[in-house]
Write a protein that binds this ligand. Sequence first.
Ligand code: HEC
Length: 147
Amino acid sequence: MRRLALASLLIAALLARADAARAGAPQIQYMLHCQGCHLADGSGSPQAVPALRDFVGNFLRVPAGRQYLVQVPGSAQSPLSDAELAEVLNWMIREFGPAEIAATFEPFGADEVARYRDPPLTDVESVRRELLLAIDRERTGAHGERR
Ligand code: HEC
């Protein structure tokens, strides 16, 4: 009886571990390589690291934003392979939203990441500023109506 209980505990533990490894790979990469600055909940820190939560997906509203998500130094210069980076970015967008983008976006693939990753972004700040203005125009609409 006790043996049976032990065996089923062991099996349950093994199954849980296999599940975590399958479902959690990009999240684990995020924890290892990104969370130090971006924090577990994607909130970042004021003045230093922008919040990903409820925002990062907005870059997909403008064409150059897709490329930016790959080229930003935290992504491009990470030790992740192209396929791993694609998965982490897809995970980030699903995890941090905004929800309407997470529900419909076209996921990144390794080929696309490889295409954008090189050369590095030289003036991150001004590229980011331009993108934020473009996103704002896109969300506000041409006639100044809030969507
Ligand atoms: C050393 C701190 C640091 C680490 C580690 C880091 N980032 Fe970042 N990240 C930043 C900063 C700061 C910005 C703002 C743009 C800039 O100045 O590079 C940023 C911006 C971003 C953006 C664009 C969001 C925006 O609002 O501009 C994405 C996407 C991103 N990082 C992804 C990642 C990924 C993926 C990883 C891990 C593989 C990662 N970052 C690791 C500091 C970091």
